[in-house]
Design a protein around this ligand. Structure first.
Ligand SMILES: Cc1cc2nc3c(=O)[nH]c(=O)nc-3n(C[C@H](O)[C@H](O)[C@H](O)COP(=O)(O)OP(=O)(O)OC[C@H]3O[C@@H](n4cnc5c(N)ncnc54)[C@H](O)[C@@H]3O)c2cc1C
Length: 505
């Protein structure tokens, strides 16, 4: 079955001129970027903000003393010294290697990727002006990405386990071409396209460094770790850790917050984010029934990870490390919000979505359970500062009293009644976001319910049913973000203003 995953309901998407500002509906869509152009934009922006840019600038040697970096010897012979060093050198990980930081490579998630760029490939669908979806298609021995990068250029790649590649006896490019020809959904898109002939391959082994911060150094992006590209999340992870490194350095320089706390926070937050993405990858590979040629391989991934495939166990396993990682105060893990992640598990569930039902569903009273909790601080990145916000801690779980959690916590302190809680959340949303489009209003309320869900899961809240009142019912049915492609198409056709979406194939 084919599913559509949309960050913004496609039937609500409006035709707007491009290039446009990063506002309105654009805030809810993803960017597919040509890296050479995008990286140039970032570099020029850094220069415009006062960064000194040197090009070329290859680090030939990292000078270290114990766990401290003392300088970088450049290829031209010059030595550069600094107060802080950030390793953003990707898999080369020049600083990490020099420091001898151990990297945990996931034994079974060892894939290779082959890709090239294509001119004038057809798109499956055109959404608004110049928008489309990336396509991911499973084959019996791996999967294909099809990522349009601009009006004419598309990146098309194959990911397959290294053991399949070595045992198939084919040259990389021949295997790549075979996969494209065999993929019934991708082959027609390339019928009239021209390959740029920039065939590239790399190993993409999921891995995570044991430690990503030291006394005067940071690992960001892929130098810190790599999660299989199935979630297309590498750039988000790289941005997030790089931004956090900048914030952390500014706070270290100010000297107002305990340095050990800042370092520990950085280490935990980004290692957890990477490992949750890796887990999602492991789950995706081990549960994907399309990988008929890789059954043993997929089983080994499941065994290796100690992963039971029943969705309820899978959910617990995936969510280890908590939900308050990427966007503090918002329940997320991996790149997904809690609802989307649960729904994806349900889609992999051969029995149906019953087991990934919401813990809040079927109840109508929710009481805070604050026994044996202590107050600790959680870091919130805001306006160039790391704010230390209040957070409850019990065992391995933490509940930041900010963002969605904070508002939900305040509402729960007032009343256990779900109707009154939802009314309070609506008021809070109106106050916080005046002018929020009506279409996004329910989305916000649903985000609060996801916060409630994780609060139940981590035992911050105890649900109960008062039989005199109607229970809260939450289901995946009717989701506008993840649904079968057929449902998505019907929703667009039923919408009043649907010429914004044009199916080309
Ligand atoms: C097959 C594959 C598909 C992917 N698909 C996606 C996707 O669809 N979406 C997504 O978001 N992510 C994807 N990723 C992940 C994404 O490419 C990476 O997460 C991202 O590029 C990491 O950024 P980075 O800045 O850490 O490293 P890089 O982008 O690798 O940049 C490292 C930089 O360091 C420089 N460098 C290296 N050594 C030195 C040195 N000694 N001195 C100076 N400079 C040096 C390099 O020249 C390079 O410019 C994919 C990755 C792979 C392998």
């Amino acid at each position: 079955d084919k599913w559509d995953i949309d960050f913004y309901p496609v039937e609500r998407f409006k035709n707007e001129p491009r290039p446009g500002k990063y506002e309105g509906q654009r805030r809810f869509t993803a960017f597919q970027v040509d890296r050479s152009k995008y990286d140039t934009i970032l570099l020029n922006h850094a220069a415009s903000k006062g960064a000194e840019v040197r090009q070329p600038a290859k680090v030939a040697e990292v000078l270290v003393e114990g766990d401290r970096v003392t300088g970088l010897r450049m290829e031209g012979g010059e030595t550069i010294t600094a107060r802080h060093y950030i390793d953003a050198s990707g898999t080369v990980a020049v600083l990490r290697r020099a420091l001898g930081i151990h990297v945990d490579v996931m034994r079974e998630l060892r894939n290779v990727a082959f890709w090239d760029y294509w001119q004038n490939a057809d798109w499956v669908v055109e959404i608004g002006v110049g928008g489309t979806r990336i396509q991911v298609r499973s084959l019996p021995y791996g999967w294909i990405w099809f990522i349009p990068l601009g009006p004419t250029r598309t990146s098309v790649g194959l990911v397959t386990p290294v053991e399949h590649y070595t045992s198939c006896g084919m040259a990389p490019e021949a295997l790549y071409r075979k996969a494209l020809a065999e993929c019934a959904d991708i082959a027609p898109l390339l019928k009239n396209a021209t390959c740029e002939g920039k065939f590239t391959s790399c190993k993409d082994w999921s891995q995570l460094a044991d430690r990503i911060i030291g006394e005067n150094w940071f690992l960001v992006g892929e130098a810190a770790g790599f999660a299989d590209p199935i979630l297309s999340a590498g750039m988000s992870l790289a941005h997030s850790s790089a931004r956090d490194a900048a914030y952390t350095i500014m706070e270290l320089n100010r000297g107002e917050i305990d340095a050990a706390w800042l370092r520990e926070r950085f280490n935990e937050r980004h290692r957890t984010a990477i490992s949750q993405h890796i887990r999602f990858g492991q789950f995706w590979y081990s549960a994907n029934a399309c990988f008929t040629d890789l059954k043993e391989h997929c089983q080994r991934i499941a065994d290796d990870a100690g992963l039971r495939l029943e969705p309820i166990q899978a959910w617990r396993w995936l969510s280890q490390g908590g939900f308050a990682n990427e966007i503090i105060g918002h329940p997320t893990f991996g790149s997904f919000d809690v609802a989307s992640a649960k729904q994806i598990l349900a889609l992999f569930d051969p029995i149906g979505s019953v087991k990934t039902k919401y813990l809040a569903s079927g109840f109508n009273e929710f009481k805070l359970n604050l026994r044996n909790t202590k107050h600790v601080k959680f870091g919130l990145l805001r306006n160039g500062r790391i704010e230390q916000v209040d957070c409850l801690e019990r065992g391995i779980h933490r509940l930041p009293l900010t963002g969605l959690y904070g508002t939900m916590y305040d509402a729960l302190k007032q009343t256990p009644d779900i109707r009154a809680i939802v009314d309070a959340l609506k008021d809070a949303t109106r106050r916080a976001e005046p002018g929020l489009p009506e279409s996004m209003f329910n989305v916000r309320i649903f985000s609060y319910l996801q916060a409630l869900e994780t609060m139940i899961e981590e035992h911050w809240v105890t649900p109960s049913l008062n039989r005199k009142k109607a229970p809260l019912i939450i289901t995946h049915a009717g989701s506008k973000h993840i649904r079968s492609s057929e449902e998505g198409r019907r929703a667009v056709e039923a919408a009043e203003d649907h010429p914004t979406v044009v199916w080309r194939i």
